[in-house]
Design a protein around this ligand. Structure first.
Ligand SMILES: [Zn+2]
Length: 395
């Protein structure tokens, strides 16, 4: 199983950073709409394949540290009833980076210890899965090498890290950024990537042109529907399902992985286009607070994961912040059932899981015909307006 730094965690760090770099703002509610704010973004760059074997051997060292932590910490629980902290583990692994032939530095070793402790707390277990270095094993852990801020440096087209000069496809213009913490990771196709956090200044203030606002309903059948009728279809997986089935039956592992990667890429691309478009056209964006984790647990798991709307939500949020426009989440309770024309909660509206199949309905109170998702998006927009009128002083 693959373990990478949690998104939660990086959000937290970004949050702290954002606050510390805000100047002249007292009310934290107002931060989002004011000036001199910079934001943290994670860039992902493909590392050239010639570094594969060097990176593999580094990842093996990371695994050694991880497994040492796993063993030591489990023993401490068993024998002494003590949960070792990240700091405890760091003391115990001190010196590993100085062993003969070890390439990862002490900062990476420490980072692995911290990550281990975080994960153990998160999963509430005395022991975690071992990291497996043998690529032929079915339990192989995809390569992962974390690093701290300033451990990777950009110099003349290459990234210098732990004695390696990594060549990569620089799709962002790395020389413009100061590299912070991040990781090097491998995907299921054996390609390596540099994931690194950078600080990006936000645009100053709201832009001039758009004044309209939009509500967005995140759903299952369609990934997202805007109150103006724009839609994004969520079933990326379904389109390539046949090909995937054929490849799986033929046991063509490489092909299966390639198709999975293609699905993921297509999804991300589509979500990027949609979110950029929405942010460009509007001055305020409201989305419903779908409880993703809850839905995933039900039978609807496949289409929930498939739809990728949590990714879309994240994109909308950070793009809005960069563009200096309003982004708010509103409670989506009853937004599907309420009629957006008359505000009534008619008995003819779609309800519960049984109502999921109902795409179109007529309000029995006022007689308007609704597209299920557009109606929900309109209600979300209305809720957002109430919220704005209720209390954001900065507007
Ligand atoms: Zn009505």
């Amino acid at each position: 199983m693959r373990r990478t730094p949690s998104r939660q965690q990086s959000h937290g760090e970004a949050g702290i950073d954002r606050l510390s770099s805000v100047s002249g703002v007292v009310d934290s509610r107002a931060c989002r709409y004011s000036f001199n704010v910079s934001t943290i973004k994670t860039l992902k760059l493909r590392i050239k394949d010639k570094h594969t074997s060097a990176l593999r051997s580094m990842a093996r060292e990371v695994n050694t540290v991880w497994n040492f932590c796993n063993e030591t910490s489990a023993r401490a629980v068993r024998e002494r009833g003590k949960f070792l902290s990240g700091f405890d583990l760091q003391k115990l692994t001190d010196g590993f980076s100085k062993c003969d032939g070890v390439q990862i530095g002490s900062a990476t070793t420490q980072q692995v210890c911290e990550e281990y402790a975080t994960r153990r707390r998160q999963f509430k277990r005395a022991q975690l899965n071992w990291r497996v270095s043998n690529p032929r094993s079915s339990k192989y852990s995809l390569g992962w090498i974390p690093f701290k801020a300033r451990a990777a440096r950009y110099k003349a087209g290459q990234v210098h890290f732990a004695g390696l000069k990594l060549s990569l496809w620089d799709s962002y213009g790395m020389s413009l950024y100061e590299l912070r913490a991040g990781s090097i990771s491998e995907d299921s196709r054996g390609r390596w990537y540099l994931n690194v956090q950078v600080k990006v200044p936000e645009l100053v203030g709201p832009r001039l042109q758009p004044t309209s606002s939009v509500g967005i309903d995140l759903g299952l059948k369609t990934c997202a529907t805007a109150s103006n009728g724009q839609k994004i279809e969520g079933r990326f997986y379904r389109a390539l399902e046949n090909k995937l089935g054929i490849a799986q039956r033929a046991r063509r592992k490489q092909r299966v992985r390639a198709i999975h990667a293609r699905i993921a890429n297509q999804r991300k691309d589509l979500l990027h286009k949609f979110s950029t478009e929405i942010v460009r056209q509007h001055a305020a964006i409201f989305v419903g607070d779908v409880a993703g984790a809850k839905l995933v647990k039900t039978k609807m798991a496949k289409s929930t994961l498939d739809a990728g709307w949590s990714m879309l939500r994240t994109m909308l949020e950070y793009k809005s912040r960069e563009a200096g426009i309003v982004f708010e989440e509103v409670s989506e309770a009853n937004t599907t059932q309420t009629c957006s024309c008359c505000g009534a909660l008619p008995h003819s509206s779609p309800k519960g899981r049984a109502g999921l199949g109902i795409r179109e309905w007529t309000c029995s109170v006022c007689g308007s015909v609704h597209d299920r998702d557009v109606n929900a998006a309109r209600n979300i927009l209305a809720l957002g307006h109430e919220r704005l009128a209720g209390g954001i002083p900065a507007l």
